[in-house]
Design a protein around this ligand. Structure first.
Ligand code: DSN
Length: 435
């Protein structure tokens, strides 16, 4: 008998049981959309590197009565009555987050990773101050200094990137930029970088120029929590993350830090600075996620995500694909499909038609615009949650290769979609426990 990731023995039948009967009765249109989305998630192969499947326990907490409660403030110091139980949930979330990441302090209220980053920026920078961040088109994130984002509008971003020859983070360039611009902050982290951040080296550079280090671990938080990659927490002044990617929790943000002195600013900027009432249902679900991630089985899950990414990378290279930086050290693989003569946009469409969900992505020094792009970004967190291992990764690579070769051929893509559904059905999602 296969066991699901929650440890509950499962049958091999899809029961699509995340939706109760009430919604179908009261709002059939939304119920139909949710049901269709559940079928899409169940029958396809989810390779978007920032997505995962939260456990049913996490979703139960997210859909709980805590959504009804206003609780501006922090546990024990709220602006509303009736907070005794949400206080308990937030304390549990905070304590578990600290234990999980080995930090002395945590704020579990940010609604998202972008808001967690906004809080960190405001705690360190004044408007107009310079900071270093990884360029979006080289693997960074919108909130690391993009001109259309608050980070590029209120502050003065200086972009670092990767070396052309090996597509790995260019520490020499980062050090030169730090010496030239004397930034108050170095933002470390990425959304499309398949290698590890050299946290200790960046800390040294920051110390040399008197900069603070903020590390955004949104993509790799689950790998850090599970000990599958080194933790940047000891090398960072502030760590920000989301909770729904490799960490596999509800959609939300989190801030961690070790020096007590940051606490006042970080807490005040979160509330009342940029947010009002915290989403207590999500905070309760974050607590559930942290508890799941503290379980020894999560370390095994995190290790398997990385092993699967390596297996996927190797299988793709064996099929002749060029990978950015030649491989991966984390959950993410960036494929240069442009080298195969297809754009990222067309590759994404062909894969989606075949039931494989991924996103087009620029690759470093991409000749294409972001909406076309030369890359496809893949991640293994979601498929690993379904129980897939190295041998399935080879199969996924084969199906992706076949989909790209069949781009524009609807009948060919339909045949691949049937194979995709067959593979997915062997790894059920949200199934009924066996009697
Ligand atoms: N949108 C997320 C990602 O896909 O990486 C980052 O915020």
């Amino acid at each position: 008998m296969r066991r699901s990731y929650t440890g509950v023995p499962v049958s091999r039948t899809f029961s699509r049981r995340t939706l109760g009967p009430l919604l179908a009765e009261r709002d059939p249109e939304i119920a139909a959309a949710i049901q269709a989305e559940e079928i899409r998630q169940s029958e396809g192969l989810e390779l978007i590197a920032s997505e995962n499947f939260a456990s049913d326990a996490v979703m139960e907490a997210t859909g709980s009565v805590m959504t009804n409660k206003y609780a501006e403030g922090y546990p024990g110091r709220r602006y509303y009555g009736g907070c005794i139980h949400v206080d308990e949930a937030e304390r549990l979330a905070r304590n578990r987050a600290k234990e999980l990441f080995g930090s002395r302090f945590a704020n579990v209220q940010p609604h998202s990773g972008s808001q967690a980053n906004m809080v960190a920026y405001q705690a360190i920078l004044e408007p107009g101050d310079a900071f270093l961040g990884m360029a979006l088109d080289q693997g960074g994130h919108l909130t690391h200094g993009h001109p259309l984002n608050f980070s590029g509008q209120f502050y003065l971003p200086v972009a670092y990137g990767v070396r052309r020859e090996d597509e790995r983070l260019d520490l020499d360039q980062l050090a030169e930029l730090a010496r030239e611009h004397r930034p108050k902050m170095i933002m470390v982290g990425a959304s499309a970088y398949p290698r590890l951040y050299p946290s200790a080296e960046i800390r040294q550079i920051a110390d040399e120029v008197g900069a603070k280090v903020v590390t955004d671990i949104a993509h790799v938080a689950g790998l850090v929590a599970g000990g599958a990659i080194p933790s940047p927490v000891p090398h960072s002044d502030i760590v920000t993350t989301t909770t729904h990617k490799t960490l596999r929790g509800p959609r939300g943000g989190l801030i961690l830090w070790n020096e007590k002195a940051y606490g006042k600013a970080l807490n005040r900027i979160t509330f009342p600075g940029i947010q009002g009432g915290p989403m207590m249902h999500t905070i309760a679900a974050k607590a559930v996620c942290f508890r799941e991630a503290l379980d020894p089985s999560f370390a095994e899950y995190a290790r398997q995500i990385v092993a699967n990414a390596r297996a996927l990378a190797e299988a793709l290279m064996a099929l002749g694909f060029r990978l950015v930086s030649g491989g991966t050290d984390n959950h993410l693989v960036l494929v240069d499909v442009g080298a195969r003569g297809i754009t990222g946009r067309d590759a994404e469409v062909a894969m989606e038609t075949a039931g494989i969900t991924a996103n087009k992505n620029t690759i470093p020094f991409d000749p294409e615009k972001p909406m076309i792009a030369s890359g496809i970004r893949l991640g293994t967190a979601a498929l690993t949650t379904r129980g897939m291992r190295e041998s399935e990764m080879a199969e996924v690579a084969r199906l992706m290769d076949a989909a790209l070769r069949s781009a524009g051929d609807e009948a060919g893509l339909a045949r691949i979609a049937a194979e995709v559904a067959e593979l997915a059905s062997g790894f059920p999602l949200y199934v009924t426990p066996a009697a």
